[in-house]
Ligand binder design. Structure first.
Ligand code: FES
Length: 165
């Protein structure tokens, strides 16, 4: 193992710096960096940050939404999942995306019930005031809506499309 302090160039540089050990090993609080990081991790654990993240993951569920043949390439379609509108798109052949089906302008659904969502090019169009959202990313692309749609993780198993929400 190489001892970096025995390297000639480093030795010259280090010897000329009387604060060398302070700069490398100590923080202004008088602890080593490693000790400070351990303290931060302990503090996060103490306030439950780790358990909160675990609880959030445990709360999400997977839902079967539709079949791949239900959403043709270039289209968007609304489904009811656990009582909520979910927009599924297929912007490119074999690529499926899913979003919360509520327009971010005034929280209207992006379609009048379960069924096709109006599209314009690569965007979904809200029927209420005309806001548009990317079928690929859910980002707001026009109209009065400024925020993008909430994205869901999509899994395709054979012909089954499911989401984690
Ligand atoms: S509610 Fe969708 S554009 Fe206004």
């Amino acid at each position: 193992m190489t001892d970096l302090n025995n390297q000639p160039a480093c030795q010259d540089l280090c010897d000329s710096n009387p604060n060398r050990m302070t700069e490398i090993n100590d923080t202004p609080f008088g602890h080593s960096r490693r000790t400070a990081l351990k303290g931060i991790a302990a503090a996060l654990a103490a306030i439950g940050a780790t358990s909160m993240a675990t609880a959030a993951q445990a709360a999400s569920k997977t839902y079967n939404v539709c079949k791949t043949t239900d959403v043709p390439v270039g289209s968007a379609k609304m489904f009811a999942v656990n009582g909520q509108p979910v927009a599924v798109t297929q912007p490119k052949k074999g690529t499926f995306k899913a979003f919360a089906g509520w327009c971010t302008h005034q929280q209207s659904p992006l379609s009048n019930g379960v069924g096709p969502i109006q599209t314009s090019g690569a965007n979904m169009v809200c029927p209420r005031h005309g806001a548009t959202f990317s079928t690929t990313s859910g980002a707001a692309t026009g109209g009065p809506a400024r925020g993008g749609l909430t994205k869901y993780t999509v899994k395709v198993t054979g012909t089954q499309i499911s989401i984690t929400a």
